[in-house]
Design a protein around this ligand. Structure first.
Ligand code: AN7
Length: 379
C-alpha cells in the first residue's frame, strides 16, 4: 500500500486532542498546516541577532486563522443538529463562517459593521451565499446583538465565545512546536477579542504537559474541551505578547473602549470577548500587551511585503510591528526565538495596500521604446 499523504485538515491531524468522536462528520476545507517562514532580511535590517518566524495564517482556505476555529465550530454545530450559524464580525470570521456553512449545507448569518470591513472579506461573505446583515454600528454592537438574537432564534453562535473555536485555533501552537522542535521564546499576536492569544496558550500548555489525559478542572481556559493535564510542564512555553492598535487598545487602557478606530479594521474591537482569559494568559506566560500606531502597523506591513515577499493584512502586521520595536528596545533580548502570527492575507484589503504604496505606477504607451525607457529609468 502506498503511504497516504493527502492532508485533510487539522481535525484529522489532531483528532486525539480535539473534542470529536470517531463517527463525527468533519466539515473541513483542508485548513491548517500553514508555513512557518523564517525572516531572512528584516533581522539584518534591524541589526539584532534574533530568529524571527512568521506563521502565515493568511494561507488558510479563506485567508485567515479563523478557518482553524471554524472547522471545529461548524463540525460541532452540524453534529448537534444545527441548521444555521451566526456571528458578528470585523470581516474574517464572516468569511470563514460563510465558507464552512456552504461546505456543510447550512445557513450563515453574518453581522458586520457598515462600511468598516475590508473589500475582500465582504466579497467572500457574499460569494459564499451567507445572509449579510450590515448594521449602523461597530463590531461590539454586532456582538451584543448576536448574543441577544441567539437567545431567541435557533442559530448557533460561531464567534470565539463558542469554545470549539479556540479548540481548533490551538492547533497553530501544535504546528509551531512540531516544526521548531520546541516552543519559541516569544509568541507575538495581534489582539482584538483576544480569542486567538488564548487559544495559542491552550495549545502550548497542552503540548508542553505531554499528556493526553482530560483533566478539565485544571484548565482555566478551555471550558472543559482541551486535553491539558495541568501541573507538570515537560516542555518550554513562550511568553505571550499581544499587540493592539492604539485607537483600539482596551488592554492598554485597562478598560473597555467605546469608539475604537484603526486602519486595521480586523482588530477594531473595543470590548474584547476573552478579556479575563487574556489577562491570565499574560500573567501565566510572563508576557505583556502593548500598542502600535496605525503608522507603525502599515510600515511593518510594507516592510514585510517589500523585504520578505510576504503579504499580510494590516491587523496581522501589528504582531511584527510590536515585535520589532521590542527587539530594538531590548525587551526581547538578542538570541531569542520569536514567532509572529500573520493572522490574515494581504489580499483581504487591497484598498489599504494600494493607498499606502509609495511607488507610482509607470504609465507608458504600448511601444517597445517606452517600455525600455521605463525599465532603464527604474533599474
Ligand atoms: C486578521 O473577524 O474578530 O484577538 O470578527 O481578523 O482572536 O479577536 C477578527 C479578528 C487578528 C484578532 N487579526 O483576533 C472577526 C474578528 C485578524 C483578525 C484578529 C482578527 P482575536
Amino acid at each position: 500500500m502506498p503511504f497516504q499523504t493527502r492532508y485533510t485538515g487539522l481535525i484529522d491531524r489532531y483528532r486525539d486532542r480535539l473534542p470529536v468522536h470517531d463517527d463525527t462528520r468533519i466539515i473541513s476545507l483542508g485548513e491548517g498546516n500553514t508555513p512557518l517562514i523564517r525572516l531572512n532580511n528584516i533581522p539584518r535590517i534591524v541589526g539584532r541577532e534574533v530568529d524571527i518566524y512568521v506563521k502565515y495564517e493568511g494561507l488558510n482556505p479563506t485567508g485567515s486563522f479563523k478557518d482553524r476555529g471554524m472547522t471545529m465550530a461548524v463540525t460541532k454545530a452540524v453534529e448537534e443538529g444545527s441548521k444555521a450559524i451566526i456571528c458578528a464580525s470585523t470581516g474574517n470570521t464572516s468569511a470563514a463562517a460563510a465558507a464552512y456553512a456552504a461546505r456543510a449545507g447550512i445557513t450563515a448569518f453574518v453581522i458586520i459593521p457598515d462600511g468598516k470591513i475590508a473589500k475582500g472579506k465582504l466579497a467572500q461573505a457574499m460569494m459564499h451565499g451567507s445572509v449579510v446583515i450590515q448594521i449602523k454600528g461597530n463590531f461590539d454592537d454586532g456582538m451584543r446583538l448576536v448574543k441577544e438574537v441567539a437567545d431567541e432564534a435557533p442559530v448557533t453562535i460561531v464567534n470565539s465565545i463558542n469554545p470549539f473555536r479556540l479548540q481548533g485555533q490551538k492547533t497553530a501552537a501544535f504546528e509551531i512546536v512540531e516544526e521548531l522542535g520546541r516552543a519559541p521564546d516569544y509568541h507575538c499576536l495581534p489582539v482584538g477579542n483576544a480569542g486567538n492569544i488564548t487559544a495559542h496558550w491552550i495549545g502550548y500548555c497542552e503540548y508542553s504537559s505531554g499528556s493526553g489525559d482530560h483533566v478539565t478542572e485544571a484548565c482555566t481556559f478551555c471550558k472543559g474541551h482541551c486535553t491539558y493535564a495541568g501541573g507538570a510542564v515537560v516542555g518550554n512555553r513562550p511568553k505571550m505578547v499581544g499587540y493592539q492598535a492604539s485607537g483600539s487598545a482596551p488592554f492598554m487602557r485597562g478598560a473597555m473602549v467605546d469608539n475604537p478606530e484603526t486602519v486595521a479594521t480586523a482588530i477594531r474591537i473595543g470590548h474584547p470577548q476573552s478579556w479575563d482569559s487574556a489577562w491570565k494568559v499574560k500573567e501565566e506566560s510572563g508576557g505583556w500587551f502593548d500598542e502600535c500606531t496605525d503608522e507603525e502597523i502599515l510600515a511593518a506591513q510594507k516592510l514585510l511585503a517589500e523585504r520578505e515577499g510576504v503579504f499580510c493584512e494590516p491587523a496581522s502586521a501589528a504582531s511584527l510591528a510590536g515585535a520589532l520595536r521590542d527587539v530594538k528596545n531590548g525587551k526581547i533580548p538578542e538570541g531569542s526565538s520569536i514567532v509572529c502570527t500573520l493572522t490574515g492575507h494581504g489580499l483581504k484589503d487591497p484598498e489599504t495596500a494600494i493607498a499606502q504604496s509609495t511607488r507610482p505606477l509607470v504609465n507608458v504607451e504600448a511601444t517597445l521604446d517606452q517600455v525600455k525607457r521605463a525599465i532603464m529609468d527604474n533599474m
